[in-house]
Design a binder for this molecule. Structure first.
Ligand SMILES: [Mg+2]
Length: 371
């Protein structure tokens, strides 16, 4: 495919409610949307779900605009001919890190590639299922009555498991209370790296509640200390932030740092790396599932496609469009039926991007034309 034009949009979407994790809360969701156009006018869409600050990772909307402008787009300009999306990964290897920025462009190339082949995205990446399981993730809300009401509401909506975010001071008690009120529901916790090995007692306590997994309990780049913690508790540790690529997945497996991986396709640099991790996981009997970063309907399409990969064995953090946003920028919006999201069969991401709606949330944009 020959790339003709790339448009980069910085969006600020309004969240329906304040979303709180152990690293802070937000009401506005910043992200970068990428639109690639080929010589035939076909458009491929991608999303870099970065934030306005280095909270989940060091990448932000500013760093993404910067590495695109200074390094990645110039590399593409040198040769706007790209046959397969995975060639892009090779092409930008000189740029270290900036995986979410790279993913934004790589996603758009996958969409374009699948549209050219006239096949749905999930088939282009080797996906095997027609529906994907969806779980709910509830922020650190600090109010037990509200928490119980939310759990009840989401179970009624049919979500296939409940995950609560924990932080020091809000961990054992909410888990104990949910178990008491709702019994043996599929339940897991996510610490977003808020603890250290000195908190072993908290994890020994949590170990009694038959959780599906404890996600990213320790430091966001650590593998070693997680291996120590995993040797002391029976609940599987699931790594999220610590797994940035296939190398981390392999090293962590050898060290015994985790038993499950939460793969966020954008965190690992895109679908090419997601497929590598899937293949490694499948070969080594490691269950994976797909996580999210409050993506818009565009980014969600890449989550849904990734969740059809064969190593995915747990419900995913992929919720319906109206869970976070008042208005969706794609049509149809993503919906959940009894805890499942239907995989779309149209070519590429399967949803149409509503450019008029998208434009309402754009606070700046850049356009690059290739010759
Ligand atoms: Mg997580």
């Amino acid at each position: 495919m020959r790339l003709k034009k790339i448009r980069v949009f910085h969006l600020v979407m309004k969240l329906k409610e304040y979303f709180e994790t152990s690293f802070g809360g937000m009401l506005d969701r910043h992200c970068i949307i990428v639109a690639f156009e080929d010589e035939n006018g076909i458009i491929g869409w991608g999303e870099a779900p970065v934030d306005d600050g280095p909270w989940y990772s060091y990448e932000t909307v500013e760093t993404t605009m910067y590495v695109y402008n200074e390094f990645i787009i110039p590399l593409l300009r040198k040769n706007p001919e790209i046959e397969k999306p995975w060639e892009f990964v090779d092409r930008v290897k000189r740029v270290r890190g900036y995986r979410m920025a790279k993913a934004g462009i790589e996603f758009a190339l996958w969409d374009l590639y699948a549209k050219q082949l006239k096949i749905p995205l999930y088939k282009a990446i080797g996906g095997v299922r027609k529906t994907v399981e969806s779980g709910i993730s509830i922020g650190v809300i600090g109010d037990m009555n509200r928490l119980l009401k939310l759990v009840e509401k989401y179970l009624e909506r049919g979500y296939r498991r409940v995950k609560i975010k924990i932080a020091p001071g809000w961990d054992v008690l909410p888990v104990k209370t949910i178990r008491k009120e709702f019994g043996d529901i599929p339940l897991q916790v996510d610490a977003n790296a808020a603890y250290t090995l000195r908190d072993l007692k908290v994890f020994e306590e949590l170990d009694k509640y038959d959780l599906l997994m404890i996600e990213q309990p320790l430091s966001y780049e650590d593998l070693y200390e997680h291996s120590i913690l995993q040797s002391k508790i029976k609940t599987p540790i699931c790594l999220d932030e610590s797994i940035k690529n296939i190398h981390d997945a392999q090293a962590g497996h050898k060290l015994g740092s985790y038993k499950i991986i939460n793969v966020k396709p954008a965190r690992v640099g895109g679908l090419t790396e997601t497929i590598k991790i899937n293949d490694f996981a499948l070969k080594n009997n490691i269950p994976i599932w797909i996580g999210g970063m409050l993506e818009t309907g565009i980014g969600r399409a890449f989550q849904v496609a990734s969740a059809t990969l064969p190593a995915v064995k747990y419900p995913n953090d992929i919720s319906e469009s109206n869970r976070y946003y008042e208005e969706e920028i794609v049509d149809p919006p993503w919906t959940i039926d009894k805890g499942y999201i239907r995989v779309l069969e149209k070519p590429g991401i399967g949803v149409e991007v509503l450019e008029e709606v998208l434009k309402k949330y754009v606070i700046r944009q850049k356009e690059y034309v290739f010759h």
